[in-house]
Design a binder for this molecule. Structure first.
Ligand code: NAP
Length: 485
């Protein structure tokens, strides 16, 4: 049965932080442009005891807090609130779950989307309750928030639990990076232009660097973060998804199976990293007190309130062992308390095979820099002749063809990732969600690194807040004759 637009959208965890900051504002964004199906109702659930009107006041407050006043329109707010219902439920209380399922049954008159924005340990019990009450069959779709587990085993456990009640093509695993405008533009750039494809391989590309840098520390999320660390929190999902989109072959169509079939081939080609090579293929760091944006900030241990061996920075040299990428390092790095917040992909091409301009002329390789956030821009670095008579040989300057998507499309609103993902889930399009095999293959690779760290006793090296990570990260690329962009 093909998916129909949802008639009911249920958020588990509707009273949580993510719901207030992202999910409810995204529903407002869709409402404000009449993109929600006319008949669709929205049902929130959490443990907090609220009735419909109490939850409507909660939604209004979230919108007023997290959407700029200039973008809030009372007509759209009222229209959104008119769709909204609430039913409290505690996952560990069967009666309350039964009452919730009864409300879902009453409100439902077609397809349903469930977004499980709760701790992952609730995913299997929630889907089991839905199954028991006949609410998980065809015409239902379930969105699972990250993280899907903390290892291959725990991911399998969650996936097995959910699979008992939902078929894989109706399970939508969220990696909100895939909902970002700039990330989808990476696909547009690669597969909408003929220019790059002939150069997009080991013959012409020297190295690729993918960076997700944050300036924030762990703030109130210390306990969650400490059990996870940078490799589980950011590399296993976001960085590996960006790697897939950068490295994959052209899918036959922009549709779920074709796109995900290509991504899984990349993940399956990742060369394992083990205890033998973690010291040379990875770098692990933890921030200490330092200066950031003219402020002194505390170290991780201090923020957490205890000593910890968890990494807040990770860098890895990932090798994609296939024909296209043989020998090309993909350096992945992510960290907290970095000097700048930025997500970017840096692609360095090979130098010209022979310089006709003599040894005095600089010969810098070309580079393509795709900035995904906070800026969305694409820079192509080229060498240009410096004007002059050059009687002693041509002089070069590095110049940049620089395209700023925010400036170019300034008349258009930038959509938050969850608007894209919610609309796709409502309409039954899974292209920008993660398939089970992708999650598990990523975990298998990351588990290998984690086991390697343990066996080799590779503890995080300190780096001062406001720096680009530990010196081991510099050595990681320098060992291969590269430096971080
Ligand atoms: P949160 O603020 O702690 O909210 C958790 C939600 O789950 C609340 O609505 C809470 O209800 C509900 N809940 C807790 N225990 C429950 C139970 N026994 N039965 C039913 N509902 C229960 O968490 P969050 O920050 O919104 O994050 C939600 C999920 O998204 C988590 O899995 C997190 O890892 C993931 N995530 C969060 C972020 C983020 O930036 N916040 C980013 C990516 C992924 P009450 O509050 O009413 O008790």
């Amino acid at each position: 049965m093909s998916a129909q637009p949802a008639t009911l959208f249920v958020i588990f965890g509707a009273t949580g932080d993510l719901a207030q900051r992202m999910l409810l504002p995204s529903l407002y964004g869709l409402q404000s442009e009449n993109l929600l199906p006319d008949a669709m109702r929205i049902l929130g659930s959490g443990r907090t005891e609220l009735d419909d009107s109490g939850f409507r006041a909660f939604v209004r407050e979230a919108l007023e807090t997290f959407i700029p006043a200039a973008e809030l329109n009372e007509t759209h707010v009222t229209a959104l609130l008119a769709r909204v219902h609430y039913q409290p439920a505690d996952v560990s209380n069967a009666d309350s779950m039964a009452a919730l399922c009864q409300v879902i049954t009453d409100l439902r008159h077609g397809d349903v989307v469930y977004h499980l924005s709760t701790a992952p340990r609730f995913f299997a019990p929630i889907t089991a309750a839905l199954g028991t009450h006949n609410l998980s069959g065809p015409g239902t779709r379930v969105m699972l928030e990250k993280p899907i587990g903390t290892s291959l085993d725990t991911a399998r456990e969650i996936n097995d639990g959910v699979a008992q009640h939902f078929a894989e093509d109706r399970i939508y695993r969220v990696d909100h990076y895939l909902g970002k405008e700039g990330v989808q533009n990476l696909l547009a750039l690669r597969f909408g232009n003929a220019l790059f494809e002939p150069l997009w391989n080991a013959r012409y590309i020297e190295q690729v660097q993918i960076t997700i840098a944050e300036t924030v520390g762990v703030e109130g999320r210390g306990d969650y973060y400490d059990s996870s660390g940078a490799i589980r929190d950011m590399l296993q999902n976001h960085l590996l998804q960006l790697l897939c989109l950068t490295a994959m072959e052209a899918p036959s169509a922009f549709e779920p199976t074709a796109v995900r079939n290509e991504k899984i081939k990349v993940l399956s080609s990742l060369r394992p990293i083990t205890a033998h090579d973690v010291n040379v293929e990875t770098a692990r760091g933890q921030y200490t007190a330092g200066e950031l944006e003219d402020q002194t900030v505390p170290g991780y241990d201090e923020e957490l309130g205890r000593d910890s061996d968890t990494e807040t920075f990770v860098a890895v040299r990932a090798m994609v062992d296939n024909w296209r990428w043989r020998g090309v390092p993909f350096y992945l790095r992510t960290g907290k308390r970095m000097p700048e917040r930025e997500t970017k992909i840096f692609i360095q091409f090979k130098a010209v095979p022979h310089s006709i301009f003599g040894s005095k002329a600089i010969s810098e390789p070309n580079a393509l820099i795709i900035r995904l956030q906070p800026e969305e821009r694409i820079e192509l670095e080229l060498l240009n002749k410096t004007p002059g008579l050059d009687r002693h040989g041509i002089r070069f300057a590095k110049v940049s063809l620089d395209f700023d998507a925010q400036e170019e499309f300034k008349a258009l609103r930038r959509r938050p990732a969850y608007e894209r993902l919610y609309l796709d889930a409502i309409e039954g399009n899974g292209t920008l969600f993660v398939r089970r095999d992708e999650t598990e293959t990523s975990w298998a690779w990351v588990d290998g690194i984690l086991a390697g760290w343990e066996q080799a006793e590779l503890h995080p090296s300190p780096y001062p807040a406001g720096s680009w990570g530990p010196t081991s990260a510099t050595h990681l690329v320098a060992r291969n004759g590269h430096e971080w962009n």
